[in-house]
Design a protein around this ligand. Structure first.
Ligand code: ADP
Ligand code: GLC
Length: 474
């Protein structure tokens, strides 16, 4: 079975968040299970593309509205990621450094999708299934069915995975002419709330959609930034499949990005050494419980409540707790988090920016990881932290609800709270301080977490079962 994953991100080629981690891991595990899974993504001019070798396997030109654009398909030469990696390069459009936030993002992703379909049409490929990820690739299922250019693929099954239903990629009807020739009687399929909405078009036209956790599948029907009714209507087509984590990349036993490797047996000493390195880096004492946050500083992650929550928690525990922030995002939150450093220089510090290896140290060296998310479709941070024996403190939503059991419940290991509010966080910090003071309990929770299995094996198989249900011939 030959499957193409289409995505804007893929670790380690280009990563902004968890989408990259998933698309960098799932195909690798699917290949191990006997599926031929490849990844197709835009070309970005960054470290991975500069340092690796690629062959040009196809080149052609196509149309974006009335503008002709030239594109190349580059294939990474050695399949070093565990799958075939194809990059679509379009000079002037898809050859830049960053993944998102260019003013012509709509044009970039439309051209990406057109180039992909042109490539597989003209090179006579016959994939058994196309797996799209998020709105950047949501027009593909529509075009496969409603453009006479691509009717060859009308019977090829499509799966759309929703990693984040908050972002739809919507644009104005005035840009309709950017799309290739389509059946004008079907343009209603592109519409949602008066605009062209690639995520909505994807949900309507794909054969099946998946959400990245079972709880998020339900949440989409009442919290998806205006698309609730569509998710409610299409619910029968949906499945919730929890993400896994790449247990080769995220392994405290072998992780080259942390100063001290450890397994369950050296848990206390291993974690303590990483904690000392982490606290040294942030100028904090390693003798206190250390609670960290890693992530995009945006409303969905609850980052806006962090400054008040940290302030109130430190005031409740002077000299009794440390906080560390690693993240970047909304300017106001960043400024507030930086300003807090002066107020609590001994108990709090923040690194505003993106740093992959620092993230590994934070997972390994912290005692607790805080995730006050308002929306968390799956969340990988809590799974990474548990793998490193770090107790997650999470708001009960989406994938956090599906992966973290409160230590007060049978067999539990984490700390759960209900609202994204400073008050709920302060209460949870209170509980965390209590856990930390009880060494035997902390050890027990760490052991329970490190014995959990969040590897991709199970989820990769669930996706394959879904593919096979759509294409029983293969
Ligand atoms: P999302 O995709 O919504 O951002 P996830 O929990 O799925 O959330 O994944 C976030 C990923 O991005 C994790 O791998 C996390 O370690 C990483 N990450 C987020 N912010 C940073 C940062 N500032 N520096 C390093 N890694 C980060
Ligand atoms: C999105 C979600 C996150 C999820 C990730 C990978 O970015 O916000 O919760 O873990 O996708 O599926």
């Amino acid at each position: 079975m030959k499957v193409f994953h289409l995505s804007a991100e893929c670790y380690p080629v280009a990563k902004v968040g968890g989408l990259a981690d998933v698309v960098g891991a799932l195909p690798k595990y699917q290949n191990q299970l006997g599926i031929e899974a490849a990844v197709v993504m835009p070309f970005y001019n960054r470290k991975f593309t500069q340092e690796n070798e690629f062959d040009t396997v196809f080149q052609a030109s196509s149309l974006l509205g009335s503008e002709r654009f030239y594109f190349e398909i580059l294939k990474e030469r050695t399949n070093k990621l565990g799958f075939e990696l194809f990059l679509i390069k379009i000079p002037g459009l898809l050859d830049r450094e960053n993944v998102y936030e260019y003013p012509d993002e709509t044009e970039q992703f439309i051209a990406f999708q057109i180039a992909f379909l042109d490539w597989i049409s003209w090179s006579q490929q016959s994939p058994d299934l196309i797996h799209c990820h998020d709105h950047h690739t949501g027009l593909v299922p529509f075009l496969m069915n409603n453009s006479k250019l691509y009717l060859r693929f009308a019977n090829t099954p499509t799966v759309l995975t929703i990693h984040n239903g908050q972002y739809h990629g919507a644009f104005s009807w005035t840009k309709l002419a950017l799309l290739p020739e389509i059946d004008m009687t079907k343009i209603g399929l592109l519409d949602w709330n008066g605009g062209i909405n690639p995520l909505a078009a994807g949900v309507k036209c794909c054969w099946r959609y998946t959400a990245v956790s079972p709880t998020y599948l339900e949440e989409l029907t009442y919290n998806s930034n205006g698309m609730e009714y569509l998710f409610y209507m299409e619910r029968a087509k949906g499945t919730g499949i929890l993400n896994g984590i790449d247990t080769e990349v995220w392994n405290p036993k072998t992780d080259p990005m942390i100063p001290e490797n450890y397994a369950l047996r050296q848990l206390s000493t291993g974690k303590q050494k990483n904690k000392i390195a982490l606290c040294e880096r942030f100028g904090l004492s390693p003798d206190r419980p250390t609670i960290s946050f890693i992530g995009r500083l945006v409303i969905e992650k609850g980052a806006d409540v962090l400054p008040e929550a940290i302030k109130n928690s430190i005031e409740a525990h002077p000299d009794g707790v440390n906080f560390i922030i690693l993240g970047a995002g909304d300017v106001k939150t960043q400024e507030e988090l930086v300003a807090l450093k002066e107020q609590f220089p001994n108990q709090y510090n923040a690194f505003i920016g993106y740093d992959e290896s620092l993230a590994h140290l934070v997972y390994a060296g912290s005692d607790f990881l805080l995730m006050p998310s308002r929306v968390e479709p799956c969340g990988l941070n809590q799974m990474y932290s548990m793998r490193y024996g770090t107790v997650p403190i999470v708001r009960v939503t989406g994938g956090l609800k599906d992966t973290v059991i409160d230590y007060g419940d049978e067999g539990g290991y984490g700390i759960r709270f209900l609202q994204t509010s400073a008050a709920d966080i302060v209460n949870s910090v209170e509980r965390a301080v209590g856990v930390y003071a009880n060494t035997a309990l902390l050890q027990l929770l760490r052991k329970r977490m490190m014995a959990l299995d969040f590897s991709w094996d199970r989820s990769a198989k669930e996706y394959i079962d879904l593919y096979q249900s759509l294409n029983p011939v293969i």
